[in-house]
Design a protein around this ligand. Structure first.
Ligand code: PGA
Length: 241
């Protein structure tokens, strides 16, 4: 794994934005795997600015998102689909038909997992951008998810419910289940770019890089991948010696 330590969040966002922009410029027909959450927001701002300044075009880029809450329609402002339109898709020249997010409002979840796996099979991810959970999750692959998992339904862990409740005014409205692409899908990406920011991620970052490669720490699966770049701020990398 290549580790890039940045001073703070704005430097992390710029570094991540630069890596994604240079990927897009070199692979204008490429496939990007994308995350949601608070960490990538600055990177998305960088990408929108780069697009507005004619430095990058999303015209022929395809995106596949990591995950979505179950039970929320794409018009719900807490859904990850809504997040993506607010932060990126609605602000750049990407073709809507080339954007893929799991559907959270489905009744037949297994059918949706199957549909999403087919999308992933047709669109090999060139660059997968990831955040990391305090519990070491990737996407919504919670601790003890098998490394050979593909898209599946998850019951969110207490740690994730606690961490993500900050986005919901009414805690009871927060979904307890989600659909996520699997660890195997993430490991198939050609390159992985993982972003981590803040002291609350320091233990997870340490476990990912220097701990045992085991299913209790989903992010440790990245030790099996040959091409991983971790961009972490000083706080998130503070437990690494
Ligand atoms: P965050 O979430 O960017 O909101 O911290 C990351 C994650 O849970 O994967």
């Amino acid at each position: 794994m290549q580790l890039i330590v940045t001073k703070n969040y704005s430097e992390l966002s710029r570094k991540a934005g630069e890596i994604v922009c240079s990927f897009i410029c070199g692979n204008p027909n490429g496939v990007l795997g994308l995350p949601t959450g608070s960490t990538p927001i600055g990177m998305y701002k960088y990408l929108v600015d780069a697009y507005k300044n004619n430095k990058v075009s999303f015209e022929n880029i395809t995106t596949v998102n990591l995950d979505e809450y179950l039970g929320l329609s794409k018009y719900n402002k807490h859904s990850y689909n809504y997040f993506m339109w607010e932060n990126l898709f609605g602000k750049v020249n990407i073709a809507p038909k080339n954007t893929h997010v799991p559907r959270g409002s489905v009744i037949f979840c297994q059918r949706e997992c199957h549909r999403y796996n087919k999308i992933l099979d047709r669109n090999k991810i060139n660059l997968q951008v990831l955040g990391i959970g305090e519990n070491g999750h990737l996407g919504f692959n919670e601790p003890n998810t098998p490394f050979d998992s593909r898209t599946h339904v998850v019951s969110l862990s207490q740690s994730t419910l606690q961490a993500n409740s900050r986005f919901f005014e009414n805690k009871n409205a927060m979904p307890r289940y989600a659909i996520t692409m699997g660890i195997a899908d993430i490991l198939k990406a050609e390159t992985v770019l993982l972003l981590a920011c803040g002291k609350n991620k320091a233990q997870a970052v340490k476990d990912m890089i220097t701990g045992n490669c085991c299913e209790q720490v989903p992010a440790s699966a990245l030790q099996l991948h040959k091409n991983v770049i971790v961009v972490a701020d000083e706080d998130a990398s503070s437990l690494l010696s």
